[in-house]
Design a protein around this ligand. Structure first.
Ligand SMILES: Cc1ncc(COP(=O)(O)O)c(C=O)c1O
Length: 328
């Protein structure tokens, strides 16, 4: 702890940066997405009347932080509702563009929406927002270790993720990436004496367990051993395996744009007509021992289905059979 912790933390952050194609001096290890993104939301120099744009399908912790800066600094939050089945990227880009005014400072957008699994065209959204002078903060809680991407290709300003999700790092491992030119724009949550443009400023967290950082390096090795492409292909195969068998059934509602590979990967959300998501989830666990997450709100009524690489087609056959049997 005394002699090598700081150096080890830096090394693991650099390894993570390398995995994401980002410069090492733009990445720090945090505890989770909440810490990463809420620090950005709370740390910008907000003025009364400044506006922020988000959607009701974003994650509650960040929405709560925006509500706090609204109360504290007079920020005006514009919360939209995302189209579930966009015809193309332009529909999504225009949807966000229409919410921007000359007062908008920050746009929050999920790389992948956690409740539906919809993947958003981040780069196009960022290019549009930047053309209007708006910064973009991306919630990538479910993206890192799930599907492949390179940070520089996204064109965003801030990016947060939870490495204990799809990267399978130990609980309490997160990532914050900040584009170099934006580091100085953020007040850190906890004071630090590093230079204004040094990302270490945003990472002064005091004594904490070294094990999480160290095991994150192993999680990256494991991910590389499995192979990012193989993992993504496996997750796509599994999602396609079950969605292709149920999506056209008349009693099934797909809440994820599964027909376009650019708009989804391993996660998808399915509803049953005439049933609340909680009833579907309850039947799945009671009758079939299948655990799902019921989403009943945020304009979604369905269960989130998250296979992982070890899920088998035979497991999914049971799930597909269960959905077929729910026909009223
Ligand atoms: C989209 C999204 N953002 C943020 C979070 C928060 O993650 P954590 O609790 O690891 O901070 C989650 C958690 O599920 C999420 O799904």
């Amino acid at each position: 702890m005394r002699t090598v912790q700081a150096e080890n933390k830096k090394k693991v952050a650099a390894k993570l940066a390398d995995m994401l194609g980002a410069p090492a001096n733009e990445v720090v290890l945090t505890r989770n997405t909440t810490e990463s993104l809420d620090m950005i939301i709370g740390g910008l120099d907000w003025k009364p009347g400044d506006e922020a744009v988000m959607v009701e399908q974003d994650y509650g912790a960040m929405i709560e932080m925006f509500k706090q800066v609204a109360r504290r600094y007079g920020v005006v939050n514009k919360t939209l509702s995302l189209p579930m089945h966009p015809a193309n990227d332009e529909e999504i880009v225009n949807f966000y563009a229409n919410a921007i005014t000359e007062k908008t400072r920050l746009l929050m957008v999920c790389h992948i929406i956690n409740i539906t699994g919809q993947i958003l065209p981040i780069r196009k959204i960022c290019d549009m927002a930047h053309s209007k002078g708006v910064l973009v903060m991306v919630d990538g809680a479910h993206a890192v270790g799930h599907f492949r991407f390179a940070m520089p290709d996204l064109h965003c300003d801030f990016y947060g993720s939870s490495l204990h999700k799809w990267l399978s790092a130990p609980l309490g491992a997160g990532l914050l990436w900040v584009k170099k030119e934006n580091i100085g724009k953020v007040w850190p949550l906890l004071g630090d004496g590093s230079p204004q443009d040094d990302i270490a400023r945003l990472n002064h967290i005091g004594t904490h367990p070294a094990a999480t950082d160290l095991a994150t390096a192993d999680a990256i090795d494991f991910y590389n051993m499995v192979g990012p492409q193989r993992k993504e292909e496996r997750l796509r195969y599994l999602q396609n395996y079950w969605t292709s068998r149920v999506k056209s059934l008349p009693h099934i509602v797909m809440n994820t744009p599964v027909d376009d590979p650019a708009r989804s990967c391993g996660i998808a959300n399915v509803g049953v007509k005439g049933m609340k998501a909680s009833e579907v989830a309850s039947k799945l666990i009671t009758d079939y021992k299948i655990y799902t997450v019921a989403i009943d709100g945020q304009n979604v009524n369905g269960c989130r289905i998250c296979p992982n690489i070890y899920t088998t087609p035979a497991d999914l056959d049971v799930f597909v059979g269960a959905l077929k049997a729910m026909k009223m």
